[in-house]
Write a protein that binds this ligand. Structure first.
Ligand SMILES: Cc1cc2nc3c(=O)[nH]c(=O)nc-3n(C[C@H](O)[C@H](O)[C@H](O)COP(=O)(O)O)c2cc1C
Length: 189
């Protein structure tokens, strides 16, 4: 089968990682492939930050969990599953992955969310093709406004946070999640 299609069909979100360093070469290659993604008017506004320190990652996970939990509790209809997950002290939003990649955009970007999301998918697919696992971590969102995180990572004030991804060698096989039939709304011929 066409390898690109095979790669898309077999990628999964990985939530259990081997305690194994990912080489700088691999990380740099993945960032380059992320940056290679389509981006609005080729402004090339994306910038990346990388964390390879488990203690720091746990600290960031704890800070993001506290913030996200408070937000969830304020909702009229809080999501009990989210509350249970984030109240669990042992739950690390980065799953103790050896690497976390954060994607930012400078103000040059005219479609930062789209640019960053396309870069994230490039990284996830490329990583999978190289035998690495990834997971998009929406729970990390508040780190984008967290002064401690931004200062630690040297994020310029004008850069906006787009996404966080985990990266590492999967500790076990993850079953592929199926998808429903594609919902086609209109199709004019
Ligand atoms: C915007 C976005 C946010 C996500 N946030 C999380 C998250 O915080 N934690 C998590 O475990 N998975 C997260 N995921 C992964 C999804 O749960 C996952 O893609 C989905 O269940 C389908 O599974 P698959 O990626 O294995 O096919 C997120 C995915 C997206 C696109």
């Amino acid at each position: 089968m066409n390898q690109v299609i095979e790669n898309i069909n077999t990628r999964v979100s990985v939530r259990d990682y081997k305690d194994e360093k990912v080489s700088d070469e691999v990380i740099n290659e993945l960032l380059k492939l992320g940056f290679r993604a389509p981006n609005a008017m080729n402004r090339q506004s994306l910038a990346f930050a990388v964390v390879e320190n488990k203690e720091k990652a746990k600290e960031y996970s704890d800070r993001a969990k506290t913030f996200r939990l408070d937000v969830e509790k304020m909702k009229i209809k809080p999501n009990e599953r989210v509350i249970n997950m984030l109240s669990n002290e042992d739950y690390n939003i980065f799953f103790n992955s050896p690497v976390q990649i954060f994607i930012f955009s400078s103000p040059k970007g005219i479609a930062p969310i789209e640019d960053g999301s396309l870069a994230a998918e490039n990284i996830m697919l490329a990583a999978h093709s190289m035998g690495y696992g990834t997971c998009f971590v929406g729970f990390a969102q508040s780190l984008g406004q967290d002064p401690l995180f931004r200062k630690d990572m040297d994020i310029p004030e004008d850069h906006s946070y787009i996404a966080a991804l985990t990266l590492g060698r999967p500790a076990k096989d993850t079953p592929i999640k199926s998808r429903k039939d594609v919902n086609i709304l209109g199709w004019i011929r």
